[in-house]
Design a protein around this ligand. Sequence first.
Ligand code: IPT
Length: 951
Amino acid sequence: MTSARYVEDPRPDVRVLPPRAAMRSDAPRIDLCGRWRFDLAPRVEAAPAGFADPGFDDSAWAQLPVPAHWQLHGYGAPAYTNTRYPFPIDPPHVPTENPTGSYRRTVAVPEDWAGARIVLRFEGVDSCFAVWVNGHEVGTAQGSRLPSEFDVTEAVRPGADNVVAVRVHQWSAGSYLEDQDMWWLSGIFRDVALLARPAGGVDDVFVHAGYDGGTGTLRVDAPRGARVRVPELGVDVAAGDEVRIEGVQPWSAEVPRLYDLEVVTPGERVDLRVGFRTVRIADGVLTVNGSRVLLRGVNRHEFHPDRGRALTEQDMLDDVLLMKRHNVNAVRTSHYPPHPRFLELCDEYGLYVVDECDLETHGFVHVGWRGNPTDDPAWGDAFEDRMRRMVERDKNHACVIMWSLGNESWAGRNLERMYRYAHDRDPGRPVHYEHCPDGRWSDVYSRMYASHAEVELIGRREEPARGVDPVQDAARRAAPFVLCEYAHAMGNGPGGLTEYQELFEAHPRCQGGFVWEWIDHGIRTRDAQGREFFGYGGDFGEELHDGNFVADGLLFPDRTPSPGLHEFAKVVEPVRIAGIPDGRLRITNLYEVLDLGHLRFSWTVEEEGVEVGSGELAVPAVAPGRSVELDPPAAARGTAETWLTVRADLAAGTPWAPAGHRIAWGQVQLAQRPRVPVVRGTGTPALDRVGGVLTGLAGVAVDGPRLDAWRAPTDNDRIPHDSAADAWRALGLHRLRHRVVEVRDSDGDVVVHTRTAPAALDACFHTTARWTPLDGGGVLLDVSVRPEGEWPGPLPRLGLVWSLPAGLDRVTWFGRGPGEAYPDTHRASRVGRFTSSVDGLQTPYVMPQENGRRAGVRWAELTGTGTGLRIEAMPSGEGDPETFGLTVRRWTSADLDAARHPVDLEPGDRVWLTVDLAHRGVGTASCGPDVLPRHELHAAPARLRLALRPV
Ligand code: IPT
């Protein structure tokens, strides 16, 4: 049993002051961030005795920054588990081995603080702590991502140096409520401050600022006698008075209009920025200021690869700017309230927030939810206390449009207490909880990872009853629908975004959702050779961990956008530009409140990817929800494949992006690719008649092609039980063998028939390759693939693999680009001409896997040292694909598959080129639906004609 009983006591310490709103005040404040003396002990009992005494000698201790996690400063190590508690399930007890950090510092408190009430405020300490001031214990707290304040008036000596001592425990009863899918990281990781609270000050404020059809309403609950002023609106009223204000501009994520508001008493003045807005569920639809909202959201954990969850203001701003620049309009603060500054930024820049409480008990799933605190009254106060601390802290933010009780905590009566608290205290915001099939603790119907087919049923309000009584079923069916998590962005993907968006746009009830998740939580570290990489579960010596499941975001750990973020930005773009069958352009405004007047439209015409015309496009200020049809600004003129690209860019700078920032774009094909006659040449292709492959082309040492039906499994291929990748390995797709059946001459061509199959099976692929010499030293390769026998289940690809000299390190192509694209992730790519180094084609997923494919390629040139190679898809005239998928890398798929981190991939003396005849989508099966049927790849005959030429 621990000597510090509070560690295993879930009940909130009564010495913690009642929670109140986060505010900026003119009352004196001393920032206690900075370096503290620090000691880490392996257990509570091993923490230095008497360390809280003012006379304790800490001069031999090291220093640790506050805010920070000790594991990221050389004390202990980070550990990652998804749902499993990294300690035995024995609530409320935790292991005796409970790393305990002792923190000390002095603070000079000014003389003139004498007489004031003095409060010590912690914004976040993970996971449990006790505080002493000048040797007096002032309280203890749990709730890692929630503030706690202690009255330290009696302990502080104004006019002197005061010793603040904090003992922080890695594990506590609170850890059972904090089983979020993230790194276990401890310490004082948010700000600490000492506050002088003036007599007659403004301890708490609750702003109610609504908006209805041009009229704002304002009522500010604050201490009696306080004045409330909004200078810009000429408002100067007493606290508690309600005023109606005509001509107010409303707040929304698109137009985040804020007004400065001050609340003043003789003792204190606090400053707030308020947005007038009304959130309402009307006719089963979630609205803000009467407009239906479509949540283009992301789930955001707080993360930085060096700092963990101890973010700087710049980190938070980086997130907000990246979101705004990628058409994100909503954030679920999964799964805990964020640093308070983040919400100020969301108010200011315009993001809808679902503010989620610091609650998850997911690990109980592994014991059949036995003993889950959610339904145990002994934990009721802890649950309500958490909700109360969040609601009270964040209640004044316009950005917060819903409260969320927490995540994955199953069901139980303690949720009822949380729900009630939020509702009673703040009727102005709906409450969200996902695991609530009967709608008891949630005002919206929320689900995670529902398939497209189910979302469609829900959209029609025809979803299955899910075993609840008819009254509750009817209530849920009438509620708006939100996907609190969808499109698991792990590794290569997420596939299927477009099809979700189509459902959100088709059914008013489907109000969008939140991609899981915003950022990969890879921690920057080094291997034995000193090479830097982003570590995941298992890289820090954990005995229990969940590998790279922690790296499933739209941003790489260093905040570089992944292809998934580019795809998301394109799929959710608020303006849709498309060609319609009559040859005209349709421009649709999908904003909630903005018309299109803030955008500048321009166009270019490209022939085979080369610009031949450009101009501005006059587009009227189309109202939200409306569209306009226009004649295309140009027509095709010649014989080349011609594309019109129309772009919508910001006409003027905004706080989050400069003028010219791209919001949306669309392409219309103006002329098809012409058929080019193939002119036969003389000579014989340089074929290895035993191996059945080309060995040279005009002096270029090519070797290939060999048929390939495999890809280095993506996380989505690999992670589910009975995964696609398991099936591929069982079949042996990663170890195909080739038998050259026949090489024969035919009318000046060489025809090679190869049988490709894995060991131990009789199923195979027959490949027939007809080689024709071309004028100018090239060859035409007409290749047909025909599967034979049983090929159960999907295939990852049907491709042709070649190796080339490593000196060919540049690739130029005409096709989709510039980024990678798979059958269900190609919206962000446009048809054009692009150039990249081979290295630049690779996507550095935290876990190496299939990546970097370019889609819809008409032709590609690989150049560099010496003669290069051009590969062009030639229309067969029989409806076969006239494009191919292209991957070029310095390693093989086997190397990619074997690597555990990008640093494991070492270039060799060859470049590997894969030309896909067909490729499977990527889906989201790592957590959610697999590849949609239309993007599946099943064994079927395929054909491709390629002209290979020296360049
Ligand atoms: C879901 C969790 O809510 C989220 O935190 C994360 O772990 C995600 O899974 C996977 O990355 S819960 C799951 C049972 C769908």
